[in-house]
Design a protein around this ligand. Structure first.
Ligand SMILES: [Zn+2]
Length: 81
């Protein structure tokens, strides 16, 4: 089992918020969030987007508002991921 990185987390965030992950993967997500401010912010933004829409976006990050995606990408670049 490898450490989760930010890209993998971004791919899993929809399933994470839907409680659709298996326990091991969910644990890795939680672990990554405890270490990574960028992803914590990303998940918070994603969650508020979902709440505003009233449902999960159909295609996760593709439907995030542009400022959130830009901020996330900037955070990743700063970390050198
Ligand atoms: Zn991260």
């Amino acid at each position: 089992m490898s450490d989760m990185d930010c890209v993998e987390l971004a791919e899993l965030v929809t399933a994470f918020l839907e409680d659709a992950l298996d326990t091991t993967t969910e644990q890795r997500v939680v672990e990554h969030l405890s270490l990574c401010d960028g992803c914590t912010t990303y998940v918070a933004q994603f969650r508020s987007t979902v709440e505003r829409l009233g449902h999960l976006p159909a295609d996760d990050v593709a439907e995030l508002p542009e400022p959130s995606r830009a901020a996330l990408l900037a955070a990743f670049r700063k970390k050198g991921v």
